[in-house]
Design a protein around this ligand. Sequence first.
Ligand SMILES: N[C@@H](CCC(=O)N[C@@H](CS)C(=O)NCC(=O)O)C(=O)O
Length: 214
Amino acid sequence: MSELTIWTLDWVPDGPRGFVRDVRLRWACEEAGLPYQVRTVPFDGRETNHLARQPFGQVPYLDDGAVKLFESGAALLHLARKSEALMPRDPAGEAETLQWTIAALNSMEMVTVPWWFLNVCGDPDNGLTGWMTQRLDHLETVLADREWLAAGRFTVADLLMADVLRVPKIRAFGDRPASEAYVARITARPAFHKAQADQLRLFEAADAERPGAA
Ligand SMILES: N[C@@H](CCC(=O)N[C@@H](CS)C(=O)NCC(=O)O)C(=O)O
């Protein structure tokens, strides 16, 4: 088996620490028991310094031997094909997992990220608020009577949906007890704690190397 390499930035400011999307890939590898290493590209110059690997200048991206992937969702599905811990092998369970993985990206994150961006730019009552409310309310209905999104068990779809929903401003956005309990339940998993702690450690260690560090 070729060694998996997860690429992330070498440093980020405090705000995004613990949320940089390499955590999704680390988390998936931890759940699946897949060995991996983490390598970094410089935060400074990120707009242009790794466009050959991530055409939008972002992270994460993943190397698996000859397989090179960007987009956290694509990388997660690649990892899920390696381990039943992330996705069941029966056709119905696999299809449900794919469906909810895409839903996390294309029905939730496609709304939450632009909403969050307008919010942090100082426009909390922006035109996306109604859309966001509607999406979160629909998901609350789904989560009110199920523990997991797909296949009656933990899958990579839960990992991704919980990661999308755990952004603090989104969690604080209204009273949705089922969604709140869902995010708490999924992020209580030891694999998430290890993944997040490892990311935080990487960025903390990099503080000392920053220009102007004390
Ligand atoms: N759709 C992409 C989004 C990637 C993304 O937003 N990456 C952030 C870190 S979590 C990033 O690289 N930000 C730096 C930048 O955009 O300059 C994915 O899921 O991989």
